[in-house]
Design a protein around this ligand. Structure first.
Ligand SMILES: [Cu+2]
Length: 265
């Protein structure tokens, strides 16, 4: 039964995706808050929608005009209990959603006073600079990196299973740091330190995820990509201790100007 397992995984993934209402699976503890919020909204909206549509259909069928019964129905000016109900129910829903949004935002934006690692990320026209506490730097410039999916993209290596704080800066115009698997992005704005924490799920250690700039920042914006390499916590210390100086991708060819000013293959 060698094929049973992959099928089970596929079924499990499909089921998990359905109960999340299509939300991608976030890889940080912060992203779980967002997925919960997303799913909660659906679990509230769907029964409510079903009740509203059901009542419309029921009353349209139940009180339709039958042949031989042509008459004006009894005219009602107001119905206090009904009006109170459809005023109170939406207010309760908005309050409930507000409370959950507030809680989720607080957890996602929470910045630890005692993170295990602080990494500085500088976005610039056009590329990324990652600086570690040891002084080790990765500088990936798209002026020397023409391909958006190249394995030579700059690599941001982060440990799983502990709190990582990212201090985000911009050297020039507005950029935005986005790792889709984090279900999170944050703007990089000149003169402002935007800090956020991520606690990456140990289950994805060893995997790579794509990151990109999502704020249109000029000609080479579509090339502003990077890899996020997740490393087991135990390995990360050794890795950092053996990396020094500055790593660049300057060996790559000089990028040609994009022909249509947009995304190329
Ligand atoms: Cu950018």
């Amino acid at each position: 039964m060698g094929h049973a397992r992959p099928n089970l995984i596929a079924v499990h993934d499909l089921f998990a995706s359905v109960i999340r209402w299509g939300s991608p699976n976030g890889i940080t503890s912060q992203s779980k808050n967002l997925t919960f919020l997303w799913s909660l909204t659906y679990y509230i909206a769907l029964p409510l929608g079903a009740i509203v549509v059901g009542l419309i259909l029921w009353s349209a069928i139940r009180y339709r005009e039958k042949p031989g019964q042509e008459r004006i129905p009894r005219q009602v000016q107001y119905h206090i209990p009904l009006e109170a109900l459809y005023t109170v129910v939406p207010i309760v829903l908005v309050v409930v959603l507000f409370v959950f949004v507030y809680r989720a935002e607080n957890r996602i934006d929470n910045v630890s006073k005692d993170p295990a690692l602080v990494v500085r990320v500088d976005a610039f026209q056009w590329g990324w600079k990652f600086t570690y506490p040891t002084g080790y730097q990765v500088i990936g410039s798209v002026a020397t990196e023409p391909s958006i999916n190249s394995p030579d993209l700059p690599v941001l290596t982060l440990p799983a299973g502990e709190t990582v704080q990212v201090n985000l800066f911009s050297d020039d115009v507005n950029h935005s740091f986005y790792v889709p698997a984090f279900l999170f992005k944050r703007d990089a704005i000149q003169g402002i330190n935007n800090s956020f924490d991520v606690n990456i799920d140990p289950g994805v250690a060893g995997q790579r995820f794509i990151g990109e700039c999502t704020q249109f920042c000029g000609l080479y914006h579509p090339y502003m990509r990077f890899w996020l390499q997740v490393m087991p916590k135990a390995q990360f210390g050794t890795w950092l201790a053996t990396h020094h100086g500055i790593t660049t991708n300057a060996s790559a060819a000089v990028a040609p100007l994009p022909k249509h000013g947009g995304r190329t293959k």
